[in-house]
Ligand binder design. Structure first.
Ligand code: ADP
Ligand code: MG
Length: 302
């Protein structure tokens, strides 16, 4: 097993106590999908837009990291947010998921203004993000990590667990939680690692576990920041297959990535950021043809 990879560009924690309804997970097929781009006509794109960001701005001291960013993400789509290092991708991600509060602008999820809400409140509404496995969780097994992931409200509400009549509910929920944990582990093909310490997982296996934990919140949309960083090619392919499979089941994805080719080959919609702004927003073909994009990538560190 290789050493876990370090990721540098954001501070994340497991301590925000995210909770979400632990309703049943949808049935997941076992067939894998191709990792090439999926033709847009095969995707049932609802006209509604679960995520809308409008005029987002964030400064750190003298640096304007995000400078008036607006875009929408369509339901059921796999949308990529790309740009050279320092473009403002992670800051945008953090503004959407409640890790940072914007200086200006709004974030709407499912028509509701979620600007400035705490990360767990946003997660509760069905907008999930992955969290790096924190140090203390490395000393726990994969299964323990999953059981500690955000779960249903009923089991966590103490008064309910001691109120006559609710006890059965709590036990039923715990059983459902465990069933769901195994279902998700099986889906990501890491069920055989259930008793392995998280700290012993390879970079790619950790990414699978991070996604598995995020799925336990029963989200509607997943935001992933550089999900392929430190992942070897074969696991990268598997991770992509899982993302395509989940997307075919109706999940919406926004993937932040600096690897342009990977996004071009896997997303039907690409938003390019540069120097805190949206440089281009369109299909991979439209983005590829953009002189501005070519210049931004050639002109800067990629
Ligand atoms: P990307 O993810 O596209 O590489 P970031 O959003 O991480 O870009 O960074 C955008 C800019 O904001 C960079 O200049 C970066 O140094 C700066 N920045 C990001 N986060 C912070 C922070 N917490 N404090 C100060 N500057 C920051
Ligand atoms: Mg980043």
């Amino acid at each position: 097993m290789s050493e876990p990879t370090e990721e540098s560009d954001e501070v994340t924690g497991e301590s925000d106590g995210s909770t979400a309804d632990a309703d049943e997970v949808s049935e997941r097929g076992t067939e894998t999908s191709q990792d090439a781009a999926i033709p847009i006509e095969d995707v049932d794109l609802d006209s509604s837009t679960p995520l809308e960001v409008d005029g987002l701005r964030k400064t750190f001291g003298g640096i304007t990291a995000v400078d008036g960013v607006s875009f929408e993400v369509e339901r059921g789509s796999l949308t990529g947010l790309i740009g050279p290092n320092g473009a403002g991708k992670s800051t945008t991600f953090n503004l959407i998921t409640g890790m940072h509060e914007p200086d200006d602008g709004t974030v709407r999820f499912d028509g509701e203004d979620v600007t400035g809400l705490a990360p767990h409140e946003i997660a509760n509404r069905g907008l999930a993000r992955t969290f790096q496995i924190a140090r203390e969780l490395e000393e726990m097994t994969v299964l323990e990590n999953m059981m500690l992931a955000p779960k249903g409200q009923i089991g966590e509400s103490l008064w309910r667990s001691v109120t006559p009549g609710f006890r059965d509910d709590v036990q039923r929920q715990e059983t459902e939680q465990l069933e769901r944990v195994w279902e998700v582990l099986d889906f990501f093909e890491i069920d055989h690692l259930a008793e392995e310490y998280a700290g012993n997982l390879s970079g790619g296996q950790r990414k699978l576990l991070e996604m598995a934990r995020a799925l336990l919140t029963d989200p509607e949309m997943l935001l992933l920041d550089e999900p392929f960083a430190g992942v070897n090619p074969s696991l990268e392919k598997r991770l992509l297959e899982h993302i395509h499979e989940l997307r075919e089941e109706g999940y919406t994805f926004l993937i932040v990535e600096h690897d342009m080719d990977l996004i071009m080959n896997n997303c039907e919609r690409v938003i390019v950021m540069h120097q805190g702004r949206v440089l281009k927003d369109g299909t991979p073909a439209e983005v590829k043809e953009s002189e501005d994009v070519i210049e931004a990538y050639l002109g800067g560190e990629v």
